[in-house]
Design a binder for this molecule. Structure first.
Ligand SMILES: [Zn+2]
Length: 59
């Protein structure tokens, strides 16, 4: 399934948090909206196992 949710491309400068929208521009600041980034926790991330191992070690 393809997500149509977009996020303001300038939210880091213009907003305190990501501004999501379904349109092609940010409703708050008018900047271009781009496809939202992939989820931070990607189960297919090849380095995920390594990062989790590091976290365990630093605990
Ligand atoms: Zn914006």
């Amino acid at each position: 399934m393809k997500s149509d949710i977009r996020v303001c491309s300038a939210w880091r400068e213009a907003h305190d948090r990501p501004v999501y929208t379904l349109s092609e521009s940010c409703p708050a600041c008018g900047a271009d909206a781009e496809n939202s980034a992939p989820a931070p926790l990607d189960p297919t991330d090849p380095h995920g196992e390594y990062r989790r191992a590091l976290k365990r070690r630093n605990r």
